[in-house]
Ligand binder design. Structure first.
Ligand SMILES: CC(C)(COP(=O)(O)OP(=O)(O)OC[C@H]1O[C@@H](n2cnc3c(N)ncnc32)[C@H](O)[C@@H]1OP(=O)(O)O)[C@@H](O)C(=O)NCCC(=O)NCCS
Length: 191
Protein backbone atom coordinates (compact mmCIF):
# COMPACT_ATOMS: atom_id res chain seq x y z
CA UNK A 1 0.00 0.00 0.00
CA UNK A 2 1.17 3.55 -0.75
CA UNK A 3 2.38 4.98 2.58
CA UNK A 4 2.37 8.81 2.74
CA UNK A 5 4.26 8.69 6.04
CA UNK A 6 7.14 6.96 4.27
CA UNK A 7 6.84 9.32 1.30
CA UNK A 8 8.02 12.36 3.24
CA UNK A 9 4.89 13.01 5.31
CA UNK A 10 5.58 13.78 8.98
CA UNK A 11 3.46 13.94 12.12
CA UNK A 12 4.24 16.47 14.80
CA UNK A 13 2.43 18.69 17.30
CA UNK A 14 1.21 22.03 16.02
CA UNK A 15 2.73 25.17 17.48
CA UNK A 16 0.46 27.92 18.83
CA UNK A 17 1.70 30.15 15.97
CA UNK A 18 0.31 27.61 13.46
CA UNK A 19 -3.39 28.24 14.20
CA UNK A 20 -3.83 29.59 10.67
CA UNK A 21 -2.56 26.33 9.16
CA UNK A 22 -5.13 24.37 11.20
CA UNK A 23 -7.98 26.69 10.18
CA UNK A 24 -7.01 26.54 6.50
CA UNK A 25 -6.74 22.73 6.62
CA UNK A 26 -10.26 22.41 8.10
CA UNK A 27 -11.62 24.88 5.52
CA UNK A 28 -10.10 22.75 2.72
CA UNK A 29 -11.99 19.58 3.76
CA UNK A 30 -14.44 18.45 1.07
CA UNK A 31 -18.17 18.53 1.94
CA UNK A 32 -18.46 14.93 3.12
CA UNK A 33 -15.29 15.02 5.21
CA UNK A 34 -16.35 18.31 6.77
CA UNK A 35 -19.74 16.83 7.67
CA UNK A 36 -18.08 13.76 9.17
CA UNK A 37 -15.56 15.83 11.11
CA UNK A 38 -18.16 18.15 12.67
CA UNK A 39 -21.12 15.76 12.84
CA UNK A 40 -23.09 17.83 10.30
CA UNK A 41 -22.77 20.57 7.70
CA UNK A 42 -21.05 23.67 9.11
CA UNK A 43 -20.19 27.03 7.57
CA UNK A 44 -16.73 28.53 7.01
CA UNK A 45 -17.59 31.04 9.73
CA UNK A 46 -18.29 28.22 12.19
CA UNK A 47 -14.89 26.66 11.44
CA UNK A 48 -13.07 29.97 12.01
CA UNK A 49 -14.78 30.38 15.40
CA UNK A 50 -14.19 26.71 16.28
CA UNK A 51 -10.43 26.95 15.67
CA UNK A 52 -10.09 30.09 17.80
CA UNK A 53 -11.96 28.35 20.63
CA UNK A 54 -10.04 25.07 20.38
CA UNK A 55 -6.64 26.69 20.46
CA UNK A 56 -7.78 28.88 23.37
CA UNK A 57 -8.86 25.75 25.27
CA UNK A 58 -5.32 24.30 25.19
CA UNK A 59 -6.08 21.51 22.75
CA UNK A 60 -3.19 19.20 21.85
CA UNK A 61 -3.19 19.05 18.05
CA UNK A 62 -1.02 16.66 16.09
CA UNK A 63 -0.60 17.60 12.45
CA UNK A 64 0.25 15.51 9.39
CA UNK A 65 2.47 17.60 7.11
CA UNK A 66 3.42 17.01 3.48
CA UNK A 67 5.96 19.44 2.02
CA UNK A 68 5.16 21.89 4.81
CA UNK A 69 1.38 21.81 4.15
CA UNK A 70 -0.97 20.56 6.88
CA UNK A 71 -3.03 17.73 5.35
CA UNK A 72 -4.36 16.00 8.45
CA UNK A 73 -4.91 16.66 12.15
CA UNK A 74 -5.82 14.89 15.37
CA UNK A 75 -7.22 17.09 18.12
CA UNK A 76 -7.32 16.19 21.81
CA UNK A 77 -9.32 18.43 24.11
CA UNK A 78 -10.19 18.12 27.79
CA UNK A 79 -13.92 18.07 28.56
CA UNK A 80 -13.32 20.47 31.45
CA UNK A 81 -13.24 20.34 35.22
CA UNK A 82 -16.74 18.91 35.67
CA UNK A 83 -15.71 15.87 33.58
CA UNK A 84 -12.18 15.57 34.95
CA UNK A 85 -10.17 12.79 33.33
CA UNK A 86 -12.33 12.84 30.19
CA UNK A 87 -11.32 14.21 26.83
CA UNK A 88 -12.61 14.42 23.31
CA UNK A 89 -10.64 13.49 20.21
CA UNK A 90 -11.43 14.39 16.60
CA UNK A 91 -9.65 13.70 13.34
CA UNK A 92 -9.54 15.28 9.92
CA UNK A 93 -7.63 14.07 6.88
CA UNK A 94 -7.92 15.78 3.51
CA UNK A 95 -9.46 13.44 0.94
CA UNK A 96 -6.32 12.70 -1.14
CA UNK A 97 -4.56 11.44 1.99
CA UNK A 98 -7.44 9.34 3.40
CA UNK A 99 -7.19 5.53 3.65
CA UNK A 100 -3.38 5.58 3.66
CA UNK A 101 -2.80 5.00 7.37
CA UNK A 102 -2.60 8.66 8.41
CA UNK A 103 -5.65 8.43 10.72
CA UNK A 104 -4.17 5.35 12.38
CA UNK A 105 -0.87 7.15 13.03
CA UNK A 106 -2.65 10.26 14.35
CA UNK A 107 -4.89 8.23 16.67
CA UNK A 108 -1.83 6.42 18.02
CA UNK A 109 -0.13 9.72 18.86
CA UNK A 110 -3.34 11.17 20.30
CA UNK A 111 -3.80 8.13 22.57
CA UNK A 112 -0.25 8.51 23.85
CA UNK A 113 -0.86 12.21 24.59
CA UNK A 114 -4.15 11.33 26.36
CA UNK A 115 -2.46 8.69 28.46
CA UNK A 116 0.33 11.04 29.49
CA UNK A 117 -2.20 13.68 30.57
CA UNK A 118 -4.11 11.25 32.74
CA UNK A 119 -7.28 11.11 30.61
CA UNK A 120 -9.10 7.89 31.40
CA UNK A 121 -11.84 8.21 28.81
CA UNK A 122 -11.51 9.50 25.32
CA UNK A 123 -14.75 10.30 23.50
CA UNK A 124 -14.80 10.18 19.72
CA UNK A 125 -18.13 11.21 18.27
CA UNK A 126 -18.85 10.23 14.70
CA UNK A 127 -21.85 9.76 12.46
CA UNK A 128 -23.32 6.24 12.25
CA UNK A 129 -22.51 5.97 8.52
CA UNK A 130 -18.85 6.86 9.08
CA UNK A 131 -17.56 3.29 8.77
CA UNK A 132 -13.94 4.32 8.30
CA UNK A 133 -13.80 6.18 11.63
CA UNK A 134 -15.49 3.24 13.35
CA UNK A 135 -13.00 0.82 11.81
CA UNK A 136 -10.19 3.07 12.90
CA UNK A 137 -11.46 3.23 16.51
CA UNK A 138 -11.97 -0.56 16.55
CA UNK A 139 -8.32 -1.05 15.63
CA UNK A 140 -7.55 0.41 19.07
CA UNK A 141 -10.14 -1.72 20.88
CA UNK A 142 -12.54 1.13 21.37
CA UNK A 143 -15.94 0.17 22.75
CA UNK A 144 -18.59 1.67 20.49
CA UNK A 145 -22.05 2.56 21.73
CA UNK A 146 -24.80 3.76 19.40
CA UNK A 147 -26.82 6.79 20.33
CA UNK A 148 -29.44 8.35 18.04
CA UNK A 149 -27.60 8.09 14.75
CA UNK A 150 -24.22 9.08 16.07
CA UNK A 151 -21.53 6.81 17.45
CA UNK A 152 -19.55 7.52 20.56
CA UNK A 153 -16.28 5.64 20.84
CA UNK A 154 -14.77 5.38 24.27
CA UNK A 155 -11.18 4.35 24.72
CA UNK A 156 -9.84 3.51 28.12
CA UNK A 157 -6.47 5.24 28.13
CA UNK A 158 -3.95 3.38 30.27
CA UNK A 159 -2.01 5.05 33.08
CA UNK A 160 1.09 7.07 32.10
CA UNK A 161 4.42 5.38 32.72
CA UNK A 162 7.98 6.75 32.49
CA UNK A 163 8.23 4.91 29.17
CA UNK A 164 5.04 6.43 27.75
CA UNK A 165 6.23 9.91 28.82
CA UNK A 166 9.59 9.21 27.18
CA UNK A 167 7.90 8.06 23.95
CA UNK A 168 6.04 11.38 23.69
CA UNK A 169 9.21 13.36 24.43
CA UNK A 170 11.15 11.46 21.76
CA UNK A 171 8.33 12.01 19.23
CA UNK A 172 8.28 15.73 20.10
CA UNK A 173 12.06 15.97 19.73
CA UNK A 174 11.83 14.53 16.26
CA UNK A 175 8.89 16.83 15.49
CA UNK A 176 10.82 19.89 16.64
CA UNK A 177 13.81 19.03 14.46
CA UNK A 178 11.54 18.49 11.45
CA UNK A 179 9.71 21.75 12.10
CA UNK A 180 13.00 23.68 12.21
CA UNK A 181 14.01 22.19 8.85
CA UNK A 182 10.63 23.18 7.40
CA UNK A 183 10.97 26.77 8.64
CA UNK A 184 14.46 26.95 7.15
CA UNK A 185 13.32 25.63 3.78
CA UNK A 186 10.36 28.08 3.76
CA UNK A 187 12.81 30.92 4.42
CA UNK A 188 15.12 29.71 1.64
CA UNK A 189 12.16 29.60 -0.79
CA UNK A 190 11.35 33.27 -0.08
CA UNK A 191 14.89 34.65 -0.66
C1 LIG B 1 -11.97 8.95 9.40
C2 LIG B 1 -10.52 9.28 9.13
C3 LIG B 1 -9.94 10.06 10.31
C4 LIG B 1 -9.74 7.96 9.00
O1 LIG B 1 -8.40 8.23 8.70
P1 LIG B 1 -7.71 7.50 7.46
O2 LIG B 1 -6.31 7.96 7.38
O3 LIG B 1 -8.55 7.72 6.27
O4 LIG B 1 -7.80 5.97 7.94
P2 LIG B 1 -6.69 4.83 7.87
O5 LIG B 1 -6.08 4.78 6.52
O6 LIG B 1 -5.76 4.98 9.02
O7 LIG B 1 -7.60 3.54 8.03
C5 LIG B 1 -8.15 3.16 9.27
C6 LIG B 1 -9.01 1.92 9.07
O8 LIG B 1 -10.23 2.27 8.43
C7 LIG B 1 -10.61 1.24 7.51
N1 LIG B 1 -10.71 1.83 6.18
C8 LIG B 1 -9.75 2.45 5.43
N2 LIG B 1 -10.28 2.92 4.29
C9 LIG B 1 -11.58 2.61 4.31
C10 LIG B 1 -12.66 2.84 3.42
N3 LIG B 1 -12.49 3.50 2.26
N4 LIG B 1 -13.90 2.38 3.79
C11 LIG B 1 -14.10 1.74 4.95
N5 LIG B 1 -13.11 1.50 5.85
C12 LIG B 1 -11.87 1.92 5.53
C13 LIG B 1 -9.55 0.16 7.60
O9 LIG B 1 -9.97 -0.81 8.54
C14 LIG B 1 -8.37 0.91 8.14
O10 LIG B 1 -7.48 0.12 8.86
P3 LIG B 1 -6.50 -0.92 8.07
O11 LIG B 1 -5.96 -0.20 6.87
O12 LIG B 1 -5.44 -1.24 9.07
O13 LIG B 1 -7.37 -2.07 7.73
C15 LIG B 1 -10.32 10.09 7.81
O14 LIG B 1 -10.77 9.31 6.72
C16 LIG B 1 -11.03 11.43 7.84
O15 LIG B 1 -10.47 12.42 8.28
N6 LIG B 1 -12.30 11.51 7.35
C17 LIG B 1 -13.03 12.75 7.31
C18 LIG B 1 -13.32 13.34 8.71
C19 LIG B 1 -13.84 12.29 9.66
O16 LIG B 1 -14.60 11.40 9.32
N7 LIG B 1 -13.45 12.44 10.96
C20 LIG B 1 -13.87 11.48 11.98
C21 LIG B 1 -14.85 12.06 12.93
S1 LIG B 1 -14.05 13.07 14.13
Amino acid sequence: MHDPLLDGGVIRKLWISETDLYRDHLLRLDGESRRNRFGGGVSDEFIRGYVDLSVGLDAVIHGFFVDGALRGAGELRSLGTTLAGEAEAAFSIERAWQSHGVGTALLERTLLAARNRGFRHLHMACLAENRRMQQLARKFDAELTFDFGSVVGEVQAAQPTPLSLMREMVADGHGFATAMLEVQSRLLRTV
